[in-house]
Every structure is written in structure tokens, then in C-alpha cells.
Design a binder for this molecule. Structure first.
Ligand SMILES: *Cc1c(COP(=O)(O)O)cnc(C)c1O
Length: 431
């Protein structure tokens, strides 16, 4: 067992000043027990904690570090932006370059506005969709997470799911009643809701591939079906690609599944590790945003030079190097095949959902297609497996209901190291 004394004492001190000792709940390890590990630095596929222990990173800052940690391209870009002042509160050339690049990568996005987080992106997107349609209600899918905006903390995934408080106190009944919930992968439910709320639905928002109840794939025809329903009823279709954007393909899930939303929300990868979000879509919709239109949305640090520099460096690299996607998808397939082999060999019946470089090992003998199937997972056995992996230096997402990510720094040797550790972890589950 690694010595984690410094992490333990930092956590004790953190709890005296920060709620639960962390600035985002899942980091506290409540779902898996034990103490959170405090990280000091990272390089490529490896994290190093305050006690000097090394870990293979399967979280990648929850997505952004698609090239691995401390990539020289991103580092150089941020350094050069820093020397020109970290913020102006006035427009800059980098923002123009970023917007042009995003529009060139995503054909569905004709105009894009930068914000500072995925949460801000989704909050703003539904405000614009409401302003555009003149309607109040939105439909979200059970188990999808769109950040911590009030309208979305209703049947939200991951953190909320893990803590068993899908409806957070502090969200007013008035707000909650404008968010209607449908199960993921269920077109009939959407048709029913729209039927019951004629001309009242402004938008349908979803993760086109869900990452936030664990990885859940859209079934064939689902995204296409949503597209048709939205066209028929004048509903704005919003793909929340904060996680999947620039990951499942350069053009995200919408490219991979070939379905065009009306609006897209982005985050994570486009900041290269700095705090960023963005929302965009059709010109006719985005022209409702202030100052060209009446829907207000603003940000003191939006389009921040450091964040733009990091994100631009990242996106340009991804655009110039399509081999990144070939590699991360291939490594993920090898890893998932290996894990499936171990599951079978151990006489277990667990299911793995994977697409591109995202995957979740569900401790569940059902195929997970929605929130109902996800929540029957054996979270206690997951926690044991997680701890057995951590003890061997494999840093997994500390909750059953999260996606894990493979970065471009992962090579065959690292995949083997993960698989060897997993073999031992499965063996420990038996005793
Ligand atoms: C992470 C995430 C968000 C929230 O982004 P933050 O930057 O954490 O506010 C929203 N939607 C999805 C799909 C996400 O994965």
C-alpha cells in the first residue's frame, strides 16, 4: 500500500475551510470510501500525488486532457499568452480564431459564444432556446448531467446520482416544474410529453452519448428520432457535447452519429485544462443573443486569453493530427476487450459500455441503456474494485456512475499495466 500521509493531513485541514474538503463533490471519494488523493503534478498519462506516488490517470481531469497532462503545445501557448496579460475585458484576436475554428469543425455551429464553464454553456443555451421559441419548458433525460444550473438539477447524473439527492434543495418548485424528464433512449416518452405540452416545449437537451450516469450509448435511430420530433414540433434540439465534443471525433458525437443539433454546448477539451465553456448553433437562433438580440448573457472573463490560448493549441493539434483519434480509440478497444476477457474468466457477468475513448465498467449484469438500468449496479463491489486498483496505482473515476477516458499518452505498455492490475483486483473481489 502506498503511503498517502500528506493527502490525509491535507484533507483534514481542507475540511476545516472548504465544504467537505473539496471544490467539487465527487472528488471527496464518498462513493468509494477512503481519503481523496491530493495531486501535485502530472505528465502524460501519469499523476503524482503529494506523497510522490505515481498513478495511471483514467480521468484526465474528467475529459479535457485528451493529449495527456502538461502537453508542451498547450504549455507553450499559455506561457506566451500570459506574458501579454491574462485578461483585458476587451475583444482579442484569439477569440476570433477560436470561434472560426469551432465553426469550421462543427457544421451545425454558425455562431458561437465563449463562456467559462460547461454549466454556464448549458444555462445560456436554454435561455436562448426559450427566447427564440417564446416557450418556457425544456425536456431533459433522466441521468443526464448538464452542470449545476437550477433547471438541470432534476434527475441529474453522476454527483447527484452518487449522493442520492437527484433533486437538490435550493432549486425552487417554480424552476423544477419547467423541466420535464424523459428516460434516455425512449422516443415514445418524448412524444407523449410533447403531446401533453403542446407548443410549450422550447428545447430538448441531452448528452448524445451519456457520460454522466456512466457511459450510455444512444440506441440506433434514437438521435435521428429526436431530430425528427424536434423538426416536427419546432423544438430546439440541444446536444450537450461538453464531454463528447472533440473526443468521440474531432466533430464530437454529432459527427460520429451524423445527426445535426440546432445548438451545441461545449467545454472541457476546448479549454485545454483551463476553465472554459461555449455554446453555439444556427445563426437564426444565436442572433437572439445580446447585443445583436434581446437574450442577455455576458461574462467578465469570457474569452479569457489564457483559456483561449490553451484551447486553441489543443484544437489545432487535434485538427492537424487525426491519428490521435485512431490511437485513443484503439487503446480503449484493447483495454475494454481485455477487461471483458477478465470478467468472463472470473465467471462474472458485468457489462462494459464503450465508444471511442470513453468507457464504463458497470458492476451490473444488465446491458445499461438508461438511468433505470444504470442504477441497479452493485456500487459496493465497484468500490472494492476501485480501491484495489488505486492501491496498485490506477486512478479510476471514484464513482460507478462516471465515464473514464483514455488519453493520447496511453500506449500498449500502459494498457497492459492497467489490465494486470485489474486481473489482481478481480481476484481480490472473490476473497
Ligand atoms: C462536465 C459537464 C458539464 C458541466 O461542465 P462544468 O465545466 O463542470 O460546469 C455539463 N455537461 C456535461 C455533459 C458535462 O460532462
Amino acid at each position: 500500500m502506498a503511503d498517502t500521509t500528506k493527502s490525509k493531513s491535507l484533507f483534514e485541514k481542507a475540511k476545516q475551510f472548504i465544504p467537505g474538503g473539496v471544490n467539487s463533490p465527487v472528488r471527496a471519494f464518498r462513493a468509494v470510501g477512503g481519503n481523496p488523493i491530493f495531486m501535485q503534478k502530472a505528465k502524460g498519462a501519469f499523476l503524482y500525488d503529494e506523497d510522490g506516488n505515481e498513478y495511471v490517470d483514467l480521468i484526465n481531469s474528467w475529459g479535457p486532457m485528451i493529449l495527456g497532462h502538461a502537453h508542451p503545445i498547450v504549455e507553450e501557448a499559455v506561457k506566451s499568452a500570459l506574458s501579454g496579460s491574462p485578461s483585458f475585458g476587451a475583444p482579442t484576436a484569439r477569440e476570433v480564431e477560436m470561434a472560426e475554428l469551432i465553426c469550421s469543425i462543427l457544421p451545425s455551429v454558425e455562431r458561437v459564444r465563449m463562456v467559462n464553464s460547461g454549466t454556464e454553456a448549458t444555462m445560456s443555451a436554454i435561455r436562448v432556446a426559450r427566447g427564440f421559441t417564446g416557450r418556457d419548458k425544456i425536456i431533459k433525460m433522466e441521468g443526464c448531467y448538464h452542470g449545476h444550473g437550477d433547471s438541470f438539477l432534476i434527475a441529474a447524473g453522476s454527483g447527484a446520482l452518487t449522493f442520492g439527492t437527484p433533486d437538490s434543495p435550493g432549486v425552487t418548485k417554480g424552476t423544477a416544474q419547467d423541466t420535464l424528464i424523459a428516460p434516455f433512449n425512449n422516443l415514445k416518452a418524448i412524444e407523449h410529453i410533447i403531446d401533453q405540452n403542446k407548443n410549450q416545449i422550447a428545447a430538448i437537451i441531452l448528452e448524445p452519448v451519456v457520460g454522466n450516469m456512466g457511459t450510455v450509448l444512444p440506441q440506433p435511430g434514437y438521435l435521428e428520432g429526436l431530430r425528427k420530433i424536434c423538426d416536427k414540433h419546432g423544438v430546439v434540439l440541444i446536444f450537450d457535447e461538453v464531454m463528447t465534443g472533440f473526443r468521440l471525433a474531432l466533430g464530437g458525437a454529432q459527427q460520429r452519429y451524423n445527426v445535426r443539433p440546432d445548438m451545441t454546448t461545449m467545454g472541457k477539451i476546448i479549454g485545454g485544462g483551463l476553465p472554459v465553456g461555449a455554446y453555439g448553433g444556427k445563426k437564426e437562433i444565436m442572433d437572439h443573443v445580446s447585443p445583436v438580440g434581446p437574450v442577455y448573457q455576458a461574462g467578465t472573463l469570457s474569452g479569457n486569453p489564457l483559456a483561449m490560448a490553451a484551447g486553441l493549441a489543443m484544437l489545432k493539434y487535434l485538427k492537424a493530427n487525426p491519428a490521435v483519434y485512431t490511437n485513443i480509440d484503439k487503446q480503449t478497444t484493447t483495454l475494454v476487450d481485455g477487461l471483458n476477457g477478465q470478467i468472463k474468466k472470473a465467471g462474472l457477468n458485468y457489462s462494459i459500455n464503450a465508444v471511442g475513448s470513453m468507457f464504463t465498467l458497470f458492476f451490473n449484469d444488465q446491458h445499461v441503456i438508461d438511468f433505470d438500468t444504470a442504477k441497479t449496479s452493485d456500487t459496493q463491489t465497484f468500490a472494492k474494485y476501485f480501491q484495489a486498483m488505486l492501491a496498485q496505482g490506477i486512478y479510476m473515476a471514484p464513482s460507478q456512475y462516471e465515464a473514464m477516458f483514455i488519453s493520447n499518452s496511453v500506449d500498449d505498455a500502459i494498457v497492459n499495466r492497467i489490465l494486470e492490475s485489474s486481473e489482481k483486483a478481480f481476484a481480490q473481489l472473490k476473497v
